[in-house]
Design a protein around this ligand. Structure first.
Ligand code: ZN
Length: 194
């Protein structure tokens, strides 16, 4: 068994969550946020979600499908946004989770756009569209943490990203990377509510 995972997903992508649960050998907590926790005390809200839902998980797997993006609105995404915020939150008695975003197959062509020539440096970068039309801000900000450059090295990202088809071949490879980032220097640059 590897690190215990919490899975943040939209109902539309439930079959993928069940596949992780039933087919892959992933140690996971089967729980989703299903009620609004109403308080202006954000510390309380984060701690409550942590205790009641995330429990002893150390990695949050976020399933990136066609209906899990910021552009559909903060209300529509209220549960997954709170789940990621509580995952990223680092407070007293609340250990931050590693974040692993898995791009589902129907999103490959929207996210992985191929090589582009960079206008800034003239070099070639892989264009990976992690933005408001593909994910929520809690993920995209902490994937592309501002660095005043035109590209990101692995140690400049907090979130880990993988394709579903690669993830299923070796889930623990990806889960371990997300887990390890909790202790990496970049963890200090995480923003919980971007
Ligand atoms: Zn560049």
């Amino acid at each position: 068994m590897g690190h215990r995972c919490f899975i943040s997903f939209k109902t539309e992508d439930k079959l993928y969550k069940e596949n992780i649960q039933n087919v892959l050998d992933v140690d996971m907590i089967d729980h989703s946020l299903d009620e609004a926790i109403d308080s202006n005390d954000i510390d309380y809200v984060m701690r409550k979600i942590r205790e009641d839902y995330l429990s002893t998980s150390t990695v949050t797997i976020f399933l990136i499908g066609s209906v899990s993006n910021e552009n559909l609105g903060a209300y529509e995404q209220r549960y997954i946004k709170r789940e990621l915020q509580a995952s990223l939150y680092h407070g007293v008695g609340n250990t931050q989770n590693g974040i692993l975003g898995i791009v589902l197959p129907h999103m490959y062509t929207s996210v992985f756009l191929g090589s582009i020539t960079c206008y800034n440096c003239g070099g070639t970068h892989q264009s990976v569209a992690i933005n408001n039309s593909t994910t929520i801000k809690e993920f995209s900000y902490n994937y592309y943490i501002p660095n005043n450059k035109c590209s990101w090295s692995d140690d400049e990202r907090y979130c880990i990203l993988g394709k579903w088809d690669d993830f299923v071949l070796n889930p623990n490879y990806y889960i371990n990377q997300a887990f390890n980032n909790r202790a990496a220097p970049i963890a200090n640059n995480v923003v919980v509510r971007p």
